[in-house]
Write a protein that binds this ligand. Structure first.
Ligand SMILES: [Zn+2]
Length: 313
């Protein structure tokens, strides 16, 4: 508790020197539940055919993201935002944007979420696997946070990525991680968003982080937004750290690359089921999480906080 208070005082002092100060209430006005709902319901609509390359729905979702980036001032990191790869003889692409200019001499922060899901399956009843929680919610978070961050200037490179083919084995993330490594991007850390549409059993406006003890990310985030980041024992038990796109960046760069999620195995029954639909999600709470994440990241960036790996225990 004491340490948190000291850190908060430290932050408020630093904010006097910064050009911009961040106000959580202002961010909550900026990132509204209505917009969050609109993006989520679009990405999880039956028209998006489960956002897979096989069903073709992935390309529609990608077109939506491209349009969103163009509309909200997020620049292409690669031409037409696309980092292309081929999985099972189908071309897919990560959509990669940047906020402001890219300077190779500056450090880079990456925000990401997988856009794809598992498409359409030949089963009884509902055949469209909408993947609302997995991972239209995380994609919505990255879009909303990007739009917010794009309204400000930063001293770091901020790159944002919506990954393809996560469901086929983190293929998109591995492809982008390798490419960025080859291009000598100075990645400082990566924050990934997965399944934030159901309320964590421990409380509202909370997420857990995978690889909690691997870095100081949880502590640094909680110093800004108290109790936002929780430790979930099952995340460690099931090794969730290795089960989403963050892992590809940890492997390639050996820097903190971790996932924020609110799916705790007790609060949502539709994981990888056709019933994973937007109507079942708590959009109010999800929007709270997105606003808190935007606020937390904005302050980490403003303070140029060092997010570092912890030494092994
Ligand atoms: Zn997922």
């Amino acid at each position: 508790m004491k340490k948190t208070l000291l850190l908060l005082i430290g932050l408020s002092v630093q904010s006097c020197n910064a050009q911009t100060s961040f106000d959580l209430a202002e961010i909550r006005n900026e990132i509204t539940t209505e917009e969050t709902r609109a993006i989520l319901f679009t990405l999880a609509h039956d028209d998006m055919k489960g956002r897979d390359t096989n069903s073709g729905g992935f390309y529609q979702a990608a077109a939506f993201v491209t349009n969103y980036f163009e509309t909200h001032g997020i620049q292409p990191f690669y031409p037409a935002y696309r980092d292309s790869l081929v999985t099972d003889s189908l071309t897919a692409y990560n959509l990669v944007g940047r906020i402001g200019d890219y300077d190779p001499n500056r450090k880079t922060i990456l925000l990401g979420a997988h856009l794809d899901h598992i498409g359409i399956k030949d089963v009884e009843g509902d055949q469209i696997f909408n993947g609302a929680n997995d991972n239209a919610t995380g994609s919505t978070a990255v879009l909303q946070i990007s739009r917010y961050l794009a309204q400000h200037q930063w001293k770091q490179n901020i790159v944002v990525a919506l990954f393809a083919d996560e469901e086929k084995g983190l293929k998109g993330a591995y492809h982008l991680a390798e490419r960025m490594k080859n291009e000598k991007v100075e990645l400082a850390y990566m924050v990934n968003f997965e399944m934030i549409g159901s309320t964590l059993t421990t409380g509202e406006n909370q997420v857990y982080i995978t690889g909690y003890k691997l870095s100081n990310m949880a502590n640094e985030m909680n110093a800004i937004s108290e109790n936002f980041i929780q430790f979930l024992p099952q995340a460690k038990e099931y090794n969730l750290f290795k089960r989403s796109d963050n892992y590809a960046f940890y492997q390639a760069f050996d820097v903190p690359a971790q996932t924020l999620s609110s799916f705790d195995f007790k609060n949502y029954d539709f994981y990888h089921k056709a019933g994973d639909e937007a109507e079942k999600l708590d959009v109010e709470n999800m929007n709270q999480i997105i606003g808190t994440a935007a606020f937390t990241l904005a302050n980490l960036l403003k303070n140029d906080s060092a997010i570092e790996m912890n030494l092994p225990e």
